[in-house]
Design a protein around this ligand. Structure first.
Ligand code: ATP
Ligand code: MG
Length: 251
């Protein structure tokens, strides 16, 4: 099977800081891959590179469905089938919940046209926001904002969904619900998912495979079972003041 996403020799310097260092990996269609690493490891920067928000240093290759993504603007990458959520929710203020999801669908490569409203409403139902379609986003609770963020990302009918700490700030019941939702869209639509998350218990249950980063570099790759026993991962997490389970990381 050919990879959905193939990344090689990805580097990013911010001045003297080597935030992403020689990162190479591939993702197969239908996988749920976890990106693990302490604060500042370069996880969000990796997403920013993959989605065209920032450009990598020269020498990288990023190939999605057999074609390079390098040099493409974020909206073009979204149209190619990659959606993301943000570590901090970014709803469009001044619009309703439904309008926020519809905006997410604009520019999708599939599913434009008259079914836009119906599709957006179906997504709201799916994430448990069906009663709140006409509510202004400003009044949503934090948990509901996180659900909306996922509905908005799914509205573009992506092939690859990048989630950046979707459980941050949520209670355990809400985390369970959101995990179930991620599993369902993965199963129903064959969606491929990359997941960054510090809530390790749920993270390890959800992912097929983990890529562990530290100081911008891949220090380990493997199944959740392999990763929790991996000496370099233990050193990165426990050798320093590790984030506790349940830590918010609202950075
Ligand atoms: N635009 C930027 N300009 C300068 N430095 C940046 C920029 N974005 C990120 N960095 C730095 O790059 C490093 C990696 O940051 P990044 O946000 O990718 O970490 P992270 O793994 O997502 O951490 P967290 O778990 O806290 O979200 C950090 O040292 C950060 O301060
Ligand atoms: Mg981050």
């Amino acid at each position: 099977m050919s990879a959905l996403l193939e990344v090689s020799k990805l580097n990013k310097h911010f001045g003297g800081l080597h935030a992403v260092k020689n990162v190479s990996f591939s993702v197969q269609p239908g996988e749920i891959v976890g990106i693990l690493g302490p604060n500042g490891a370069g996880k969000t920067t990796l997403y920013n590179l993959l989605t065209g928000f920032i450009a990598p240093d020269p020498g990288a290759a990023v190939v999605f469905e057999g074609r390079s993504l390098l040099g493409e603007a974020p909206h073009r990458i979204a149209r190619r089938g990659i959606s993301r959520t943000f570590q901090l929710c970014r709803p469009f203020i001044g619009m309703s919940v439904l309008e926020n999801v519809i905006v997410g669908a604009l520019g999708a490569k599939r599913g434009q046209g008259a079914d836009l409203d119906a599709h957006a409403l179906a997504l709201l139902e799916r994430v448990g926001l069906n009663g709140k379609a006409d509510v202004p986003v400003e009044v949503l609770s934090y948990g509901d904002q996180r659900r909306l963020e996922i509905a908005r990302a799914l509205a573009a009918r992506p092939a690859l969904l990048l989630l950046d700490e979707p459980f941050a700030g949520l209670g355990s019941g809400e985390i369970e619900d959101l995990s179930t939702l991620i599993r369902q869209v993965h199963a129903d639509e064959g969606l491929t998912v990359l997941l960054i998350e510090h809530k390790l218990r749920e993270f390890m249950r959800l992912v097929d495979r983990v890529i562990a980063l530290d100081f911008g570099e891949i220090i380990a790759q493997g199944t959740p079972e392999e990763i929790v026993r991996h000496p370099a991962v233990i050193e990165a997490y426990i050798g320093r003041s590790a984030p506790a389970e349940g830590d918010e990381h609202a950075a």
